[in-house]
Ligand binder design. Structure first.
Ligand code: ATP
Length: 264
C-alpha cells in the first residue's frame, strides 16, 4: 500500500478560554508542557531534563483532546495526532514505521506536541498483549520516547479512559511520568462549559445557565456541547416545523431573529 504522508497541523484554533472548568489541571499541564516548549533554556540552565510525556486520563468527553489542542495552539507548537486503534489497525504491518515517521517529523518541526489518543489500544500491559506485533509496537513507542533528544523539545501527551490497563513500562521516569486526571465537571465547571458553548448564540433573556448547570449532574463537556447545539436546533424547528427549502416561504425575518431558549 502507498505510504501515507505524515502530516501535522497547526492545531485548530482552540485556546485556553475554550476549556471550561479544569483550571487546576490546565495549570499543571501548562507548567509541565508549556514551560519547556517556550523556555527550553531554563531547563538547560538548571541542568535538568524537561518532561517528555504526560498522561491524561479520565472518562470520555471531558476535554482531554481539547486540552491537548489548546496547549499546542497556545504554544504555537506543531501538533501531531496518533490514535491507538488507528495505529494498530489502519497501519497494521507498518505500525512501527508509522510511529517512527511521526516522531521523526515532530523532531524536525520542533517545538512539537505528539498527541496519542486512546493509548491503551497501543500499549496494554504486555502480559495481556496477544501477538508479537503488539509487543513490538509497545517496544517501539518506548524506544522512541527514550530517544527524544532533549534539546529538540517534543512532548508527548497521551490520553486514555483506562489508565490501569497500561503497560507499566510506559509510566517509568523519562516516559509518561506525569499523570493528570481529567474528570467529570462539577456544577461550577458545567456552568463555564455551558457558557463557552452558548457564547455565540442569541440566548433568550430567561435562559439561566446557573439553573441548567444545577440540573445537568453527570453531563460531561461533550454532553453539554450537544445540549447547546440541540437547544438551538429545537428553536429553529419550532419556528419552522417543516422547512420547505423549495418554497420561497421561509420566514427569513423571523429566522434571523431567532433566540435560543432552554427549558428543562
Ligand atoms: P475521548 O476520550 O472521547 O477522546 P476527550 O476527553 O478527549 O474524550 P474531547 O474530545 O476533548 O474529550 O471532548 C469532546 C468535545 O466536548 C470537545 O471538542 C468540546 O467541544 C467539548 N468539551 C469537552 N470537555 C470540555 C470542557 N472542559 N470545556 C469545554 N468543552 C468541552
Amino acid at each position: 500500500p502507498e505510504k501515507e504522508k505524515v502530516t501535522h497541523e497547526r492545531a485548530r484554533a482552540v485556546s485556553y478560554e475554550d476549556v471550561g472548568g479544569l483550571k487546576r489541571e490546565l495549570g499543571r499541564i501548562r507548567e509541565i508542557v508549556e514551560l519547556p516548549l517556550r523556555y527550553p533554556e531554563v531547563f538547560e540552565r538548571l541542568g535538568i531534563d524537561a518532561p517528555k510525556g504526560v498522561l491524561l486520563y479520565g472518562p470520555p468527553g471531558c476535554g482531554k483532546t481539547l486540552i491537548a489542542r489548546a496547549v499546542a495552539h497556545e504554544t504555537a507548537a506543531a501538533f501531531f495526532t496518533i490514535t491507538g486503534p488507528e495505529i494498530m489497525h489502519k497501519f497494521y504491518g507498518e505500525s512501527e514505521a508509522h510511529l517512527r515517521q511521526i516522531f521523526d517529523e515532530a523532531q524536525r518541526r520542533a517545538p512539537a506536541i505528539i498527541f496519542v489518543d486512546e493509548i491503551d489500544a497501543i500499549a496494554p500491559r504486555r502480559e495481556n498483549v496477544q501477538g508479537e506485533v503488539e509487543k513490538r509496537v509497545v517496544a517501539q513507542l518506548l524506544s522512541l520516547m527514550d530517544g527524544l533528544a532533549q534539546r529538540r523539545h517534543v512532548i508527548v501527551l497521551a490520553a486514555t479512559n483506562i489508565p490501569n490497563v497500561l503497560d507499566p513500562a510506559l509510566r517509568r521516569p523519562g516516559r509518561f511520568d506525569r499523570e493528570i486526571a481529567i474528570s467529570i465537571p462539577d456544577r461550577t465547571a458545567r456552568k463555564e462549559i455551558l457558557a463557552i458553548h452558548s457564547r455565540g448564540m442569541p440566548l433568550a433573556e430567561d435562559v439561566d445557565l446557573d439553573h441548567l448547570a444545577a440540573v445537568t449532574h453527570g453531563f460531561v463537556g461533550a454532553d453539554l456541547q450537544a445540549l447547546c447545539r440541540e437547544a438551538a436546533m429545537l428553536c429553529l424547528r419550532r419556528l419552522i416545523p417543516h422547512i420547505d427549502f423549495a418554497s420561497a416561504e421561509i420566514p427569513y425575518d423571523e429566522l434571523i431573529q431567532v433566540q435560543v431558549t432552554m427549558a428543562d
